[in-house]
Design a protein around this ligand. Structure first.
Ligand SMILES: NC(=O)c1ccc[n+]([C@@H]2O[C@H](COP(=O)([O-])OP(=O)(O)OC[C@H]3O[C@@H](n4cnc5c(N)ncnc54)[C@H](OP(=O)(O)O)[C@@H]3O)[C@@H](O)[C@H]2O)c1
Length: 247
């Protein structure tokens, strides 16, 4: 008997946003390795197909479901398609996000709006669209990727921090709203991750680490592993927030 036969995630259907890169891709890969079927969501079909090809090469199954998660109609159509083609929705893993950093004094309204739309409004849209499907399964799990900047403000991160602080307000309210129906709502709160995010390439970050032994990053797999730990917990256990830091 393989791992997928015994894993509590085997056969579960999961929407994974941001699945074309970084943390979202790592979550999708781990879910597929566990025998779940991730629907791969992002704006760039080419990168989603790369994730799908990697999953297929490892013997897993996935569905490419491109969508702009800031677009209400797109999110609605994507959710309906996933539920129809895969037969339901059990899990929502929300990793899509953007990091546009800069001082407030010169920060553009366009960047502010894009940050709030992607990091806060999009989770609201994705969760709202999925609720009827989670209810139809008699329960489910929602896990969103926040950030240390969702708990503490930093210079040049005002818009990003505001979006992630807001995300915690959304998630805490939803946890109380949906918990009685068997839907668990959780946040993973990571420190810096070795991905091309926030205007710095992965190579740039590797070079910073090589130059300064105190500079540390998490790997995308570290954050995905936290998500999988939450998703594998027994029905009577709920982790509201999991803080994960480089060490
Ligand atoms: N990297 C860090 O240091 C760090 C630290 C703490 C928390 N986080 C959080 O971790 C999460 C994942 O980030 P990452 O580090 O893995 O960076 P990443 O590789 O840039 O991943 C972000 C993903 O979000 C997708 N995305 C962005 N806007 C979207 C939209 N409108 N519609 C659909 N998909 C969209 C991107 O794909 P497309 O561009 O193809 O749409 C991309 O695949 C984010 O929520 C981020 O805030 C990151």
């Amino acid at each position: 008997m393989g791992a997928a036969d015994t894993d509590r995630l085997a056969g579960k259907i999961a929407i994974v946003t941001g699945a074309g890169s970084g943390v979202g891709r790592a979550i999708a890969m781990m879910l597929a390795d566990a025998g779940a079927i991730p629907a791969l969501v992002g704006r760039t079909p080419a990168t989603l197909h790369e994730t799908a090809a990697e999953i297929a090469a490892r013997g897993g199954r996935s569905l490419v479901a491109s969508a702009d998660v800031t677009d209400e109609a797109d999110v609605g159509a994507m959710t309906e398609r996933v539920a129809q083609e895969l037969g339901g929705i059990d899990i929502l893993a929300l990793a899509a996000g953007i990091g546009r950093y800069g001082p407030v004094a010169s920060y553009s309204l366009a960047d502010w709006n894009a940050t709030l739309a992607t990091n806060l409004t999009a989770p609201f849209l994705c969760i709202r669209a999925a609720i009827p499907n989670l209810r139809a399964r008699g329960g489910g799990s929602i896990v969103a990727i926040s950030s240390g900047a969702g708990k503490q403000g930093y210079p040049n991160l005002a818009a990003y921090a505001a979006s992630k602080f807001g995300l915690h307000g959304l998630l805490q309210s939803l946890a109380a709203e949906l918990g009685p129906e068997g839907i668990k709502v959780s946040a993973v709160v990571p420190g810096s991750i070795l991905t091309s995010f926030g205007g710095r390439s992965e190579d740039d970050k590797r070079a910073a680490m090589a130059a300064d032994p105190d500079k540390k990053y998490l790997e995308p797999d570290d954050v995905a592993a936290a998500v999988l730990t939450i998703l594998r917990q027994p029905a009577h256990v709920w982790t509201q927030e999991m803080n994960v830091w480089p060490f």
